[in-house]
Write a protein that binds this ligand. Sequence first.
Ligand code: ARG
Length: 465
Amino acid sequence: MSKPTKNNKVWGGRFTEGNEEIVKRFTSSIDFDHKLAAQDIKASVAHAKMLHKIGVLEEAELVKIKYGLEKIKEDIESSTNSWSEELEDIHMNIEARLTDLVGVAGKKLHTGRSRNDQVATDIRLYMREAIADIKKELGKLQNCIITLAQSNAATIMPGFTHLQIAQPITFGHHLLAWNEMLERDYGRLLDCLHRLNECPLGSAALAGTSFPIDRDMTSKLLMFNKPTENSIDGVSDRDFTVEFCCFAALLMSHLSRISEEIILWMSQQFDFISIPDSFCTGSSIMPQKKNPDIPELIRGKSGRINGNLIALLTLLKSQPLAYNKDNQEDKEAIFDTIETILSSLKIFSRMIPGIKPNISRMQESAASGHSTATDLAEYLVKKGIPFRDAHHAVGRIVALAIERNISIDKIELSVLQTFCPNIQEDVFEVITLEGSVKSRNHFGGTAPEQVEAAALRALKRLEER
Ligand code: ARG
Protein backbone atom coordinates (compact mmCIF):
# COMPACT_ATOMS: atom_id res chain seq x y z
CA MET A 1 0.00 0.00 0.00
CA SER A 2 2.53 2.62 1.13
CA LYS A 3 5.90 3.24 -0.50
CA PRO A 4 8.92 1.92 1.37
CA THR A 5 10.42 4.70 3.46
CA LYS A 6 14.02 5.69 3.85
CA ASN A 7 13.52 5.85 7.56
CA ASN A 8 12.22 3.71 10.36
CA LYS A 9 9.79 1.18 8.96
CA VAL A 10 7.40 1.63 11.86
CA TRP A 11 7.03 5.44 11.94
CA GLY A 12 8.85 6.57 8.79
CA GLY A 13 5.77 7.43 6.66
CA ARG A 14 5.89 11.22 6.94
CA PHE A 15 9.68 11.43 6.59
CA THR A 16 11.45 12.25 3.34
CA GLU A 17 14.98 11.72 4.67
CA GLY A 18 16.42 9.10 6.94
CA ASN A 19 18.10 9.86 10.26
CA GLU A 20 21.84 10.08 10.30
CA GLU A 21 23.52 7.11 11.94
CA ILE A 22 24.56 9.21 14.91
CA VAL A 23 20.94 10.27 15.46
CA LYS A 24 19.73 6.71 15.31
CA ARG A 25 22.33 5.62 17.80
CA PHE A 26 21.56 8.53 20.10
CA THR A 27 17.81 8.05 20.17
CA SER A 28 17.81 4.27 20.28
CA SER A 29 17.12 2.52 23.58
CA ILE A 30 17.26 -1.10 22.44
CA ASP A 31 20.69 -1.60 24.03
CA PHE A 32 19.04 -1.47 27.43
CA ASP A 33 15.26 -1.73 27.02
CA HIS A 34 15.56 -5.20 25.46
CA LYS A 35 15.33 -6.21 29.13
CA LEU A 36 11.62 -5.39 28.89
CA ALA A 37 11.00 -7.97 26.14
CA ALA A 38 9.10 -10.49 28.29
CA GLN A 39 6.89 -7.77 29.77
CA ASP A 40 6.30 -6.19 26.36
CA ILE A 41 5.14 -9.53 24.98
CA LYS A 42 2.91 -10.20 27.97
CA ALA A 43 1.24 -6.80 27.65
CA SER A 44 0.83 -7.29 23.89
CA VAL A 45 -0.93 -10.62 24.41
CA ALA A 46 -3.36 -8.96 26.84
CA HIS A 47 -3.93 -6.06 24.43
CA ALA A 48 -4.53 -8.46 21.52
CA LYS A 49 -7.07 -10.47 23.53
CA MET A 50 -8.89 -7.27 24.37
CA LEU A 51 -8.83 -6.11 20.71
CA HIS A 52 -10.35 -9.44 19.76
CA LYS A 53 -13.04 -9.13 22.40
CA ILE A 54 -14.11 -5.72 21.09
CA GLY A 55 -14.11 -6.95 17.50
CA VAL A 56 -10.99 -5.22 16.20
CA LEU A 57 -9.15 -8.51 15.63
CA GLU A 58 -10.56 -11.65 14.05
CA GLU A 59 -10.15 -14.92 15.94
CA ALA A 60 -7.61 -16.09 13.32
CA GLU A 61 -5.64 -12.86 13.72
CA LEU A 62 -5.50 -13.25 17.48
CA VAL A 63 -4.27 -16.82 17.08
CA LYS A 64 -1.53 -15.63 14.71
CA ILE A 65 -0.47 -12.82 17.01
CA LYS A 66 -0.31 -15.12 20.01
CA TYR A 67 1.68 -17.67 18.02
CA GLY A 68 4.07 -14.97 16.72
CA LEU A 69 4.65 -13.44 20.13
CA GLU A 70 5.24 -16.87 21.65
CA LYS A 71 7.77 -17.63 18.93
CA ILE A 72 9.59 -14.34 19.56
CA LYS A 73 9.67 -15.14 23.26
CA GLU A 74 11.19 -18.56 22.60
CA ASP A 75 13.78 -17.06 20.26
CA ILE A 76 14.77 -14.54 22.93
CA GLU A 77 15.02 -17.26 25.55
CA SER A 78 17.19 -19.41 23.31
CA SER A 79 19.24 -16.34 22.26
CA THR A 80 18.52 -16.88 18.57
CA ASN A 81 17.08 -13.42 18.32
CA SER A 82 18.95 -10.23 17.48
CA TRP A 83 17.86 -6.64 18.02
CA SER A 84 18.00 -3.85 15.49
CA GLU A 85 19.13 -0.34 16.41
CA GLU A 86 17.33 0.84 13.30
CA LEU A 87 14.06 -0.10 15.03
CA GLU A 88 14.89 2.12 17.99
CA ASP A 89 13.40 0.28 20.94
CA ILE A 90 12.01 -3.00 22.22
CA HIS A 91 8.42 -2.13 21.28
CA MET A 92 9.16 -1.53 17.62
CA ASN A 93 11.60 -4.42 17.42
CA ILE A 94 8.98 -6.84 18.62
CA GLU A 95 6.24 -5.39 16.44
CA ALA A 96 8.41 -5.55 13.32
CA ARG A 97 9.50 -9.11 14.08
CA LEU A 98 5.88 -10.09 14.67
CA THR A 99 4.84 -8.64 11.33
CA ASP A 100 7.67 -10.50 9.60
CA LEU A 101 6.38 -13.69 11.20
CA VAL A 102 2.60 -13.37 10.84
CA GLY A 103 2.00 -10.65 8.25
CA VAL A 104 -0.97 -8.26 8.34
CA ALA A 105 -2.23 -9.38 11.76
CA GLY A 106 1.02 -8.09 13.25
CA LYS A 107 0.36 -4.67 11.75
CA LYS A 108 -3.00 -4.50 13.52
CA LEU A 109 -1.66 -5.08 17.01
CA HIS A 110 -0.85 -1.42 17.63
CA THR A 111 -4.51 -0.41 17.17
CA GLY A 112 -5.70 1.67 20.14
CA ARG A 113 -2.34 1.88 21.88
CA SER A 114 0.90 3.82 21.67
CA ARG A 115 4.46 3.15 22.71
CA ASN A 116 3.79 5.68 25.47
CA ASP A 117 1.26 3.53 27.31
CA GLN A 118 3.15 0.42 26.25
CA VAL A 119 6.40 1.46 27.89
CA ALA A 120 4.60 2.74 31.00
CA THR A 121 2.93 -0.68 31.32
CA ASP A 122 6.08 -2.68 30.60
CA ILE A 123 8.16 -0.88 33.18
CA ARG A 124 5.49 -1.36 35.86
CA LEU A 125 5.31 -5.06 35.04
CA TYR A 126 9.09 -5.32 35.17
CA MET A 127 9.32 -3.53 38.50
CA ARG A 128 6.52 -5.61 39.95
CA GLU A 129 8.45 -8.79 39.21
CA ALA A 130 11.65 -7.30 40.57
CA ILE A 131 9.85 -6.24 43.75
CA ALA A 132 8.71 -9.84 44.28
CA ASP A 133 12.36 -10.98 44.07
CA ILE A 134 13.55 -8.19 46.34
CA LYS A 135 10.89 -9.05 48.93
CA LYS A 136 12.21 -12.62 49.00
CA GLU A 137 15.85 -11.62 49.29
CA LEU A 138 15.14 -9.03 51.97
CA GLY A 139 13.26 -11.68 53.97
CA LYS A 140 16.18 -14.10 53.66
CA LEU A 141 18.63 -11.50 54.91
CA GLN A 142 16.40 -10.60 57.85
CA ASN A 143 16.15 -14.26 58.69
CA CYS A 144 19.97 -14.57 58.77
CA ILE A 145 20.27 -11.53 61.02
CA ILE A 146 17.60 -12.73 63.45
CA THR A 147 19.17 -16.20 63.62
CA LEU A 148 22.56 -14.68 64.47
CA ALA A 149 20.83 -12.51 67.09
CA GLN A 150 19.25 -15.57 68.68
CA SER A 151 22.60 -17.25 69.18
CA ASN A 152 24.01 -14.03 70.63
CA ALA A 153 21.15 -13.02 72.89
CA ALA A 154 23.50 -13.02 75.89
CA THR A 155 26.77 -12.04 74.20
CA ILE A 156 27.95 -8.83 75.82
CA MET A 157 29.48 -5.98 73.85
CA PRO A 158 29.81 -2.26 74.36
CA GLY A 159 27.07 -0.07 72.96
CA PHE A 160 28.29 3.21 71.49
CA THR A 161 27.23 6.80 71.30
CA HIS A 162 29.56 9.21 69.49
CA LEU A 163 31.54 6.02 68.77
CA GLN A 164 32.61 6.15 72.43
CA ILE A 165 31.81 3.23 74.70
CA ALA A 166 28.48 4.12 76.31
CA GLN A 167 26.72 1.22 78.00
CA PRO A 168 26.94 -2.56 77.86
CA ILE A 169 24.49 -4.16 75.46
CA THR A 170 24.00 -7.60 74.03
CA PHE A 171 25.22 -8.36 70.52
CA GLY A 172 21.85 -9.94 69.77
CA HIS A 173 20.13 -6.66 70.64
CA HIS A 174 22.39 -4.74 68.28
CA LEU A 175 21.69 -7.24 65.49
CA LEU A 176 17.96 -6.87 66.01
CA ALA A 177 18.39 -3.11 65.57
CA TRP A 178 19.69 -3.90 62.07
CA ASN A 179 16.61 -6.02 61.50
CA GLU A 180 14.30 -3.13 62.43
CA MET A 181 15.88 -0.91 59.77
CA LEU A 182 15.26 -3.61 57.17
CA GLU A 183 11.71 -4.16 58.42
CA ARG A 184 10.92 -0.51 57.66
CA ASP A 185 12.48 -0.93 54.22
CA TYR A 186 10.12 -3.80 53.62
CA GLY A 187 7.16 -1.59 54.55
CA ARG A 188 8.31 1.11 52.13
CA LEU A 189 8.65 -1.47 49.36
CA LEU A 190 5.08 -2.66 49.90
CA ASP A 191 3.86 0.90 49.86
CA CYS A 192 5.62 1.55 46.57
CA LEU A 193 4.18 -1.64 45.09
CA HIS A 194 0.68 -0.56 46.02
CA ARG A 195 0.80 2.67 43.98
CA LEU A 196 2.75 1.08 41.13
CA ASN A 197 0.24 -1.69 40.62
CA GLU A 198 -2.14 0.14 38.25
CA CYS A 199 -2.40 -0.40 34.52
CA PRO A 200 -1.77 2.53 32.13
CA LEU A 201 -2.54 0.46 29.03
CA GLY A 202 -5.26 2.16 26.98
CA SER A 203 -4.00 5.67 27.74
CA ALA A 204 -2.50 5.41 24.24
CA ALA A 205 -0.34 8.41 23.32
CA LEU A 206 -1.95 10.57 26.01
CA ALA A 207 -5.60 11.10 25.10
CA GLY A 208 -6.91 7.54 25.00
CA THR A 209 -8.41 6.09 21.84
CA SER A 210 -11.62 6.22 19.82
CA PHE A 211 -11.87 2.40 19.92
CA PRO A 212 -14.25 1.01 22.56
CA ILE A 213 -11.39 -0.55 24.54
CA ASP A 214 -11.96 -2.54 27.70
CA ARG A 215 -9.33 -1.27 30.13
CA ASP A 216 -10.63 -3.38 32.99
CA MET A 217 -10.01 -6.46 30.92
CA THR A 218 -6.35 -5.68 30.13
CA SER A 219 -5.76 -4.55 33.71
CA LYS A 220 -7.16 -7.84 35.03
CA LEU A 221 -5.29 -9.97 32.49
CA LEU A 222 -2.06 -8.34 33.59
CA MET A 223 -3.04 -8.71 37.27
CA PHE A 224 -3.00 -5.02 38.08
CA ASN A 225 -5.29 -3.71 40.81
CA LYS A 226 -7.08 -1.37 38.39
CA PRO A 227 -6.54 0.74 35.27
CA THR A 228 -4.94 4.15 35.92
CA GLU A 229 -7.58 6.89 36.30
CA ASN A 230 -6.34 9.43 33.81
CA SER A 231 -4.82 8.85 30.38
CA ILE A 232 -2.53 11.89 30.55
CA ASP A 233 -1.21 10.88 33.95
CA GLY A 234 -1.01 7.26 32.81
CA VAL A 235 1.70 7.99 30.25
CA SER A 236 3.52 10.74 32.12
CA ASP A 237 3.66 9.33 35.65
CA ARG A 238 7.02 7.99 36.75
CA ASP A 239 6.51 8.67 40.46
CA PHE A 240 6.72 4.99 41.17
CA THR A 241 10.30 4.88 39.86
CA VAL A 242 11.23 7.63 42.31
CA GLU A 243 9.41 5.91 45.17
CA PHE A 244 11.22 2.70 44.36
CA CYS A 245 14.58 4.43 44.29
CA CYS A 246 13.76 6.15 47.61
CA PHE A 247 13.15 2.72 49.09
CA ALA A 248 16.37 1.46 47.49
CA ALA A 249 18.44 4.45 48.62
CA LEU A 250 17.33 3.98 52.22
CA LEU A 251 17.89 0.25 52.04
CA MET A 252 21.42 0.85 50.74
CA SER A 253 21.97 3.47 53.46
CA HIS A 254 21.05 0.81 55.96
CA LEU A 255 23.29 -1.78 54.35
CA SER A 256 26.08 0.80 54.32
CA ARG A 257 25.62 1.51 58.04
CA ILE A 258 25.74 -2.21 58.74
CA SER A 259 28.77 -2.50 56.45
CA GLU A 260 30.54 0.30 58.26
CA GLU A 261 30.04 -1.47 61.59
CA ILE A 262 31.30 -4.75 60.17
CA ILE A 263 34.37 -2.97 58.77
CA LEU A 264 35.08 -1.27 62.11
CA TRP A 265 34.48 -4.41 64.13
CA MET A 266 36.82 -6.41 61.89
CA SER A 267 39.63 -3.91 62.30
CA GLN A 268 42.56 -4.77 64.59
CA GLN A 269 41.59 -1.86 66.81
CA PHE A 270 38.17 -3.33 67.56
CA ASP A 271 38.71 -7.02 66.82
CA PHE A 272 35.06 -7.75 67.74
CA ILE A 273 34.22 -10.11 64.88
CA SER A 274 35.70 -12.12 62.08
CA ILE A 275 34.19 -13.11 58.76
CA PRO A 276 35.35 -16.13 56.76
CA ASP A 277 38.30 -15.78 54.38
CA SER A 278 35.99 -16.61 51.50
CA PHE A 279 34.30 -13.21 51.92
CA CYS A 280 37.51 -11.21 52.18
CA THR A 281 40.28 -10.35 49.77
CA GLY A 282 43.99 -9.85 50.16
CA SER A 283 46.43 -7.17 49.14
CA SER A 284 48.73 -7.44 46.12
CA ILE A 285 51.61 -6.02 48.15
CA MET A 286 50.94 -6.61 51.87
CA PRO A 287 50.89 -10.37 52.45
CA GLN A 288 49.28 -10.13 55.89
CA LYS A 289 46.13 -8.27 54.76
CA LYS A 290 42.56 -9.60 54.95
CA ASN A 291 40.29 -6.85 53.71
CA PRO A 292 36.52 -6.54 54.15
CA ASP A 293 35.89 -5.79 50.47
CA ILE A 294 32.27 -6.91 50.43
CA PRO A 295 30.99 -4.46 53.04
CA GLU A 296 33.23 -1.77 51.58
CA LEU A 297 31.77 -2.32 48.11
CA ILE A 298 28.24 -2.21 49.45
CA ARG A 299 29.05 1.01 51.27
CA GLY A 300 30.36 2.34 47.97
CA LYS A 301 27.41 1.13 45.92
CA SER A 302 25.01 3.09 48.11
CA GLY A 303 26.42 6.14 46.31
CA ARG A 304 25.28 4.79 42.96
CA ILE A 305 21.76 4.29 44.22
CA ASN A 306 21.59 7.80 45.63
CA GLY A 307 22.77 8.92 42.18
CA ASN A 308 19.97 6.96 40.50
CA LEU A 309 17.42 8.54 42.82
CA ILE A 310 18.64 12.05 42.01
CA ALA A 311 18.71 11.20 38.30
CA LEU A 312 15.05 10.16 38.39
CA LEU A 313 13.93 13.13 40.46
CA THR A 314 15.71 15.45 38.06
CA LEU A 315 14.21 13.63 35.08
CA LEU A 316 10.72 14.40 36.35
CA LYS A 317 11.31 17.90 37.61
CA SER A 318 9.64 20.51 35.37
CA GLN A 319 8.83 17.93 32.70
CA PRO A 320 5.60 19.10 31.05
CA LEU A 321 2.80 16.57 30.65
CA ALA A 322 2.34 14.19 29.00
CA TYR A 323 5.01 11.84 27.57
CA ASN A 324 8.44 13.19 26.67
CA LYS A 325 11.44 11.29 25.41
CA ASP A 326 13.20 12.26 28.65
CA ASN A 327 11.40 9.31 30.16
CA GLN A 328 13.47 6.89 28.14
CA GLU A 329 16.21 7.78 30.62
CA ASP A 330 14.36 6.14 33.52
CA LYS A 331 15.25 2.60 32.53
CA GLU A 332 18.95 2.38 33.14
CA ALA A 333 18.53 3.93 36.59
CA ILE A 334 15.82 1.41 37.43
CA PHE A 335 17.66 -1.61 36.04
CA ASP A 336 20.86 -0.62 37.79
CA THR A 337 19.04 -0.04 41.08
CA ILE A 338 17.29 -3.41 40.92
CA GLU A 339 20.47 -5.29 40.02
CA THR A 340 22.54 -3.51 42.66
CA ILE A 341 20.16 -4.08 45.53
CA LEU A 342 19.50 -7.69 44.59
CA SER A 343 23.20 -8.53 44.41
CA SER A 344 23.89 -6.61 47.64
CA LEU A 345 21.10 -8.43 49.50
CA LYS A 346 22.24 -11.80 48.19
CA ILE A 347 25.88 -11.38 49.13
CA PHE A 348 24.92 -10.05 52.56
CA SER A 349 22.75 -13.10 53.22
CA ARG A 350 25.71 -15.32 52.40
CA MET A 351 28.12 -13.33 54.55
CA ILE A 352 26.11 -12.62 57.72
CA PRO A 353 25.88 -16.24 58.96
CA GLY A 354 29.72 -16.33 58.75
CA ILE A 355 30.12 -13.58 61.35
CA LYS A 356 31.91 -14.95 64.41
CA PRO A 357 31.90 -12.75 67.47
CA ASN A 358 35.11 -12.54 69.47
CA ILE A 359 33.23 -12.87 72.76
CA SER A 360 36.12 -12.28 75.16
CA ARG A 361 37.31 -9.20 73.27
CA MET A 362 33.81 -7.72 73.15
CA GLN A 363 33.41 -8.32 76.87
CA GLU A 364 36.80 -6.81 77.66
CA SER A 365 35.96 -3.75 75.58
CA ALA A 366 32.56 -3.36 77.25
CA ALA A 367 34.30 -3.40 80.62
CA SER A 368 36.88 -0.83 79.62
CA GLY A 369 34.89 2.37 79.40
CA HIS A 370 33.23 2.42 82.87
CA SER A 371 30.17 1.54 80.90
CA THR A 372 28.13 0.56 83.98
CA ALA A 373 28.38 4.04 85.50
CA THR A 374 24.76 4.75 84.58
CA ASP A 375 23.73 1.51 86.29
CA LEU A 376 25.45 2.68 89.46
CA ALA A 377 23.67 6.06 89.28
CA GLU A 378 20.31 4.32 88.79
CA TYR A 379 21.16 2.04 91.75
CA LEU A 380 21.70 5.09 93.93
CA VAL A 381 18.41 6.60 92.80
CA LYS A 382 16.69 3.37 93.86
CA LYS A 383 18.38 3.87 97.26
CA GLY A 384 16.72 7.28 97.59
CA ILE A 385 19.37 9.65 96.17
CA PRO A 386 18.09 12.28 93.71
CA PHE A 387 19.36 11.50 90.19
CA ARG A 388 21.50 14.65 89.84
CA ASP A 389 23.33 13.92 93.13
CA ALA A 390 23.73 10.28 92.16
CA HIS A 391 25.20 11.36 88.80
CA HIS A 392 27.73 13.57 90.60
CA ALA A 393 28.78 10.88 93.13
CA VAL A 394 29.25 8.33 90.35
CA GLY A 395 31.28 10.85 88.36
CA ARG A 396 33.69 11.05 91.31
CA ILE A 397 33.82 7.23 91.58
CA VAL A 398 34.67 7.02 87.85
CA ALA A 399 37.45 9.59 88.35
CA LEU A 400 38.92 7.35 91.06
CA ALA A 401 38.66 4.28 88.82
CA ILE A 402 40.47 6.15 86.04
CA GLU A 403 43.17 7.21 88.49
CA ARG A 404 43.62 3.61 89.67
CA ASN A 405 43.26 2.23 86.14
CA ILE A 406 40.57 -0.27 87.14
CA SER A 407 36.88 -0.66 86.36
CA ILE A 408 34.30 0.59 88.87
CA ASP A 409 33.19 -2.89 89.87
CA LYS A 410 36.75 -3.56 91.08
CA ILE A 411 36.59 -0.77 93.70
CA GLU A 412 36.12 -2.15 97.22
CA LEU A 413 32.72 -1.68 98.85
CA SER A 414 34.22 0.31 101.76
CA VAL A 415 35.78 2.77 99.31
CA LEU A 416 32.54 3.10 97.36
CA GLN A 417 30.74 3.86 100.61
CA THR A 418 33.02 6.88 101.21
CA PHE A 419 31.37 8.45 98.14
CA CYS A 420 27.87 7.49 99.20
CA PRO A 421 27.00 5.60 102.37
CA ASN A 422 23.84 4.18 100.76
CA ILE A 423 25.90 1.79 98.65
CA GLN A 424 25.62 -1.82 99.83
CA GLU A 425 26.90 -5.26 98.85
CA ASP A 426 24.07 -5.70 96.29
CA VAL A 427 25.66 -2.97 94.14
CA PHE A 428 27.82 -5.62 92.48
CA GLU A 429 24.70 -7.25 91.04
CA VAL A 430 24.09 -4.24 88.86
CA ILE A 431 27.50 -2.80 88.05
CA THR A 432 28.89 -5.93 86.50
CA LEU A 433 28.35 -6.23 82.75
CA GLU A 434 25.99 -9.18 83.13
CA GLY A 435 24.03 -7.41 85.87
CA SER A 436 23.75 -4.30 83.77
CA VAL A 437 22.31 -5.95 80.66
CA LYS A 438 20.08 -8.22 82.70
CA SER A 439 18.52 -5.23 84.44
CA ARG A 440 17.36 -3.63 81.15
CA ASN A 441 14.50 -6.04 81.16
CA HIS A 442 11.63 -4.23 79.46
CA PHE A 443 10.03 -4.28 76.02
CA GLY A 444 12.67 -3.16 73.51
CA GLY A 445 15.47 -3.56 76.07
CA THR A 446 18.83 -5.30 75.81
CA ALA A 447 18.35 -8.02 78.50
CA PRO A 448 19.01 -11.49 77.02
CA GLU A 449 15.46 -12.53 77.93
CA GLN A 450 14.08 -9.56 75.97
CA VAL A 451 16.33 -10.24 73.00
CA GLU A 452 15.08 -13.81 72.80
CA ALA A 453 11.47 -12.64 72.90
CA ALA A 454 12.12 -9.87 70.34
CA ALA A 455 13.80 -12.34 67.99
CA LEU A 456 10.75 -14.61 68.15
CA ARG A 457 8.44 -11.67 67.41
CA ALA A 458 10.65 -10.69 64.47
CA LEU A 459 10.56 -14.22 63.07
CA LYS A 460 6.80 -14.34 63.43
CA ARG A 461 6.48 -11.05 61.54
CA LEU A 462 8.58 -12.57 58.74
CA GLU A 463 6.43 -15.68 58.60
CA GLU A 464 3.24 -13.65 58.44
CA ARG A 465 4.31 -11.66 55.39
N1 ARG B 1 11.71 3.98 24.08
C1 ARG B 1 10.71 4.86 24.57
C2 ARG B 1 10.88 5.03 26.09
O1 ARG B 1 11.60 4.29 26.65
C3 ARG B 1 9.36 4.31 24.28
C4 ARG B 1 8.29 5.34 24.10
C5 ARG B 1 8.58 6.16 22.90
N2 ARG B 1 7.52 7.06 22.59
C6 ARG B 1 7.67 8.05 21.75
N3 ARG B 1 6.63 8.79 21.56
N4 ARG B 1 8.80 8.33 21.17
O2 ARG B 1 10.30 5.89 26.69
